[in-house]
Design a protein around this ligand. Structure first.
Ligand code: ZN
Length: 239
């Protein structure tokens, strides 16, 4: 039997038998895993509260030869209390967890993705950070981690530096995964020069953008991009 300790974020739980629950965790060392916590639904269980969704935990796992995983011990490292209390931030935090839960396969180790989830949740719980901006940051870096990095520097059609075009009319082309410069008559959503430049800055970790409407516009572009790319990812997985 394999035993190990790791850190994890609790993505989800489902009831299992009378007293047990199955938890989906995103762990630092093993990627996404499902593990059973026995007796956790009993009122007397001291482990129950530690395993709330969104908690960052330190966990001891034992894995049988058949691959079944048990949660033996658990300790809360961070519970994001303030974030959970606020409807606006908690809604966005659960969106991040859901996206990871739905798109990442079990057993794909990715420590950078683990760090990204934690970093984004910390951003969300920072009162001075616009919650949509924290989500935008997560979406941009998450897509890169999955292999769908957007190009913020060059035109996806002519490959020239995006701001070198004479015309300042830019477009975002979802299927090509980037911007089309003003000199190419490419199809896509018309976007402002400001939007192009801010998306590149956010990608580099500059989160000073204050304009709420622009943040919303970037968020909705990214969500369409995610929908399109991950839909085809699911299809290819089914085949
Ligand atoms: Zn071009």
């Amino acid at each position: 039997m394999k035993k190990y300790n790791t850190q994890a974020i609790v993505l989800k739980s489902t009831k299992f038998r009378d007293a047990d629950k199955i938890f989906t965790l995103y762990t630092k060392d093993e990627g996404k895993i499902s593990a059973i916590a026995r007796g956790v639904r009993k009122i007397s269980s001291r482990r129950a509260g530690n395993l709330d969704s969104l908690n960052v935990i330190s966990v001891k796992i034992s894995e049988s030869k058949g691959g079944f995983k048990n949660i033996d011990e658990v300790k809360t490292l961070q519970s994001f209390k303030e974030l959970k209390k606020d409807l606006e931030t908690s809604k966005r935090a659960y969106f991040i967890l859901e996206l990871v839960h739905k798109t990442v396969e079990e057993g794909e180790k990715d420590e950078r993705l683990y760090d990204l989830i934690i970093r984004s949740l910390k951003l969300l719980s920072t009162p001075r950070c616009n919650p949509d901006l924290a989500v935008v940051y997560f979406e941009i870096v998450f897509m890169k981690e999955l292999g769908y990095q957007l190009d913020f520097e060059n035109c996806v059609k002519c490959q020239k530096e995006i701001f070198s075009s004479i015309s300042r009319k830019y477009a975002f082309n979802i299927s090509r995964g980037g911007f089309v410069c003003g000199d190419c008559s490419g199809s896509g959503f018309p976007v402002s020069e400001d939007l192009v430049s801010w998306m590149g800055k956010i990608w580099k970790g500059d989160l000073k953008l204050k304009e709420k409407d622009l943040i919303k516009e970037i968020d909705s572009l990214l969500k369409r991009y995610i929908d399109l790319k991950l839909e085809s990812r699911f299809k290819s997985l089914e085949i």
